[in-house]
Write a protein that binds this ligand. Structure first.
Ligand code: AMP
Length: 217
């Protein structure tokens, strides 16, 4: 299965991608996670991406497209993948279409997860993440242990530097301006399904599976 999860920051793409990854044994490809790792390791890409990420702006398309090209060619993507946080602009979506054509692959579906803006702001400001394994916590709905040590991997649980109020509001603006047009792009290709993300994790997961079944996949 080759799938894109679309939606604003904080709608639960990462959480859902991890569930799909587990059930279908296909990798979650999160450009955000890949970039954060590059920043941590201070690679050339990381040094270029850092200032954009801190401001909540998008990293230039060329950098992201190169990253994805390399990733999709890896062996573990042969049976499918879940794209989480990519594409985020029309040029990225066009580049992905070209890339899939070259590799002779087709997308099975694009699922948009939708949540009201007010709820998103609440979720992002209460979000905490494990620095090592990326597990997600929420101070209200899924609080981390008080020692802030991840029970899954022993990593440190922190607040992402871009999950502060000013950056959150910029990221949402960037989403409206640059990423939302992808809804029309994939809807014109007959691939877009929308699910309500304002429900518990399991209910959203079932809705995604249902949306994919409707496609006959
Ligand atoms: P995320 O974890 O998906 O919220 O991404 C965190 C940050 O990484 C974003 O605010 C962007 O600065 C950058 N980023 C992640 N994915 C992309 C992408 N596909 N295109 C451009 N920038 C991206």
């Amino acid at each position: 299965m080759r799938l894109i999860l679309l939606g604003a920051p904080g709608v639960g793409k990462g959480t859902q991608a991890k569930l799909i990854q587990k059930q279908f044994h296909i990798p979650q490809i999160s450009t955000g996670d890949m970039l954060r790792e590059a920043v941590r390791k201070e690679t050339v890409l990381g040094r270029k991406a850092k200032s954009y990420m801190e401001k909540g702006e998008l990293v230039p398309d060329e950098l992201i497209i190169d990253l994805i090209r390399e990733r999709l060619a890896s062996k573990d993507c042969q049976n499918g993948f879940i794209l989480d946080g990519f594409p985020r602009t029309i040029p990225q979506a066009e580049a992905l279409d070209r890339l899939l054509k070259e590799l002779n692959l087709e997308l099975d579906g694009v699922v948009e997860i939708k949540v009201e803006q007010e709820k998103i702001i609440q979720r992002l400001s209460n979000r905490r993440v494990c620095q090592r394994c990326g597990a997600d916590y929420n101070l209200i709905t899924n609080p981390p242990p008080s020692d802030l040590i991840c029970p899954i991997c022993g990593g440190k649980i922190v607040q992402r530097p871009d999950d502060n109020e000013a950056t959150i509001s910029n990221r949402l603006e960037v989403y409206e301006r640059q990423t939302k047009p992808l809804r029309d792009y994939y809807s014109q290709q007959g691939k877009l399904k929308t699910v309500n993300g304002d429900a518990n994790v399991e209910a959203v997961y079932q809705a995604i599976l249902e949306a994919l079944r409707e496609d006959g996949k």
